[in-house]
Design a protein around this ligand. Sequence first.
Ligand code: GLN
Length: 199
Amino acid sequence: MRRIGVLALQGSFIEHIATLKRLGVEPPAVKLPKDLVGLDGLIIPGGESTTIGKLATTYKLIEELKRLGEDGLPIWGTCAGMILLAREIEGDSQTRLGLMDIAVERNAFGRQVESFEADLVIPALDGVSSEEEKGKSFRAVFIRAPSVKRVGEGVEVLAALDEGVIVAARQGNLLATAFHPELTEDNRFHRYFLNLVEL
Ligand code: GLN
């Protein structure tokens, strides 16, 4: 059975764990470096990126996470997780893994009250969609979400809002979404990540 760890320091890790369980995957909660041993993939959940970064430093996870990501471990960051994956955080020097060649802006859509949902067309999900799901848009939940301002050459844009703002991207083994797929019933993004793990 595949083991997809979920970084469980702060944020919406319980929802990711529940979705992975429904998909028949073992989802160990990662709190310490020893929990990273033997993983086939890792999810960094949404929450507060500064808090997750500080806790990951305290628990000595940062260097090990960087090494695993550089060695090709599939890592998916959702919302705050995306911020932690980014090489550049506009106007901010907070702790990050810096694994992915993207620049992000935190709280790009305003404060909590400006949280919103949007239906996104994501062709990359067709590969994991049933006949019934094919072509169906993905309901994306944005909560004090970041946006992707720039992507490097090796980065594939997976989804953008109508105005062109990039909200999902992939660079080889690394996946980033500005929204929260773990908060909806639609688990196509989790299946897409599991496909990356199988590659
Ligand atoms: N605004 C948060 C941050 O900057 C991210 C919000 C989220 O993960 N839902 O870290």
